[in-house]
Design a protein around this ligand. Structure first.
Ligand SMILES: Cc1cc2nc3c(=O)[nH]c(=O)nc-3n(C[C@H](O)[C@H](O)[C@H](O)COP(=O)(O)OP(=O)(O)OC[C@H]3O[C@@H](n4cnc5c(N)ncnc54)[C@H](O)[C@@H]3O)c2cc1C
Length: 382
């Protein structure tokens, strides 16, 4: 065996796909049966945009991923990417730098965007009730990716290109020597030349290194779907972009949302990094009705009048977050045969297709076309 990929979620499915395409003999293993709802890659939609708020080093990954989503759609018939636009809503009087990273990225990479004042926002997007000081930055080429469809399509393609996939098999340990890597599961033991660990929130549990494991914190997140009042047509992707509502003077009121996929409900969520959970297996996966009601009261009320307070459903998901909230994609120190990929922190999906490609290149060529050095582990040793 050339390579084993542990975890077949967003990153692992992209990695086995790209490795198999390169003719590498690859085995992918997952403890669940992806796509599933136990990790970080479920809930119908993920924001995608090329003007990445997190820094210009992410832009090439997003640009390349968009190319891959379209190619994957063409090869499988799946619907993966909807370019309905992404609208960031902020207040430049309170936060003058709100759009600085977007504008730097737009200038550096030639990406289109529009600035909209409150009057233009009310005219174009009457679904929102915006204050007079609100401004929007609209990236027309952004939108959303469908995580479950993307994972399924890439696993299908991986198998088409010859990858072997083992679902429902849990990796218990990974041991690297100078000549090979051994992967022990609850069903078998495999050896390979290299292993790529894409275990999401479970990564820390597979790292036999007390210095590294604490870098990967797990945080419970909740997604809510509220029932729509009135016509679903006004909230369809043709009329409403994916949006990010900044709390501005009250950052705790930050939330984001998507156009309606089913014409009846709207998905909204926020990101929380206040309460770290001991690990994915200890995550509280229940959502009390009061949690949804409190979310609607503090975030939605008065801002999207047609989004009712009736929660159709809520789901729990998890972020894996490093101390500087940036990705880790690197070889394990002291174990050159082991690559780890932890691109979460709540913004990894949009980059996952390109990360899979970069990991496949790293495995086969020892380097990647897109620069991964910003995501090196060595930054934590400084
Ligand atoms: C609520 C929420 C909202 C988000 N919103 C966005 C967004 O809008 N835009 C965006 O770009 N990103 C977003 N993200 C981030 C994005 O979804 C993640 O970056 C991405 O899904 C992480 O993928 P992954 O492959 O690292 O993890 P996962 O998809 O969770 O995959 C890990 C896999 O490893 C498997 N595994 C774990 N341990 C083992 C083991 N021992 N043996 C075998 N298999 C194992 C698991 O079963 C799982 O399938 C969001 C994340 C969350 C949680």
């Amino acid at each position: 065996m050339d390579v084993i990929v542990v975890g077949l979620g967003a990153m692992g499915s992209a990695t086995v796909h790209r490795l198999a395409r390169r003719g590498v003999e690859v085995l992918g293993i997952d403890r669940h049966s992806p796509p599933h709802s136990f990790g970080s890659s479920h809930g119908e939609t993920r924001i995608t945009r090329r003007l990445t708020l997190e820094g210009t080093e992410y832009v090439p990954l997003a640009v390349r991923s968009h190319e891959w989503w379209r190619r994957i759609e063409a090869e499988t018939g799946a619907s993966v990417l909807t370019e309905c636009g992404v609208l960031s809503l902020s207040d430049l009087a309170v936060d003058p730098g709100a759009f600085a990273v977007h504008e730097r990225a737009a200038a550096a990479f030639g990406i289109d965007y529009e600035l909209l004042d409150a009057a233009a926002l009310r005219d174009r997007f009457p679904q929102f009730r915006v204050e007079a000081s609100r401004v929007g930055l609209l990236e027309p080429g952004g939108g959303f990716v469908r995580p479950e469809a993307a994972i399924s399509a890439q696993l299908d393609l991986a198998e088409r290109y010859g990858a072997r996939l083992r679902r429902g098999e849990r990796v218990l340990g990974v041991e690297a020597t100078a000549s090979a890597v051994t992967v022990r599961t609850d069903a078998a033991t495999y050896t390979a030349d290299q292993v790529v660990l894409c275990a999401g929130g479970w990564l820390a549990g597979l790292l036999d290194d007390p210095g590294l494991a604490p870098l990967f914190g797990v945080y419970r997140q909740v997604l809510h779907w509220f029932e729509l009042e009135g016509s679903g047509r006004d909230f369809a992707p043709e009329r409403l972009p994916t949006y990010i509502w900044e709390g501005v003077s009250r950052p705790e009121e930050y939330f984001y949302g998507f156009p309606s996929i089913d014409g009846a409900t709207l998905k909204v969520a926020t990101g929380q990094l206040d309460h770290r959970t001991p690990g994915p297996d200890q995550l509280d996966r229940t959502v009390a009705p009061e949690e949804a009601a409190a979310f609607h009261r503090s975030m939605i009320d008065g801002r999207l009048p047609q989004m009712s307070a009736r929660a159709a459903r809520s789901e729990v998901c998890m972020y894996t977050v490093t101390p500087d909230e940036a990705f880790v994609i690197d070889r394990l120190p002291g174990s050159e045969r082991v690559l780890i990929a932890s691109p979460c922190s709540g913004h990894g999906f949009k980059h996952s297709a390109a990360i899979g490609e970069a990991l496949a290149e790293s495995v086969t060529d020892g380097t990647s076309t897109i620069d991964l050095t910003p995501f090196a582990l060595s930054r934590f040793a400084r």
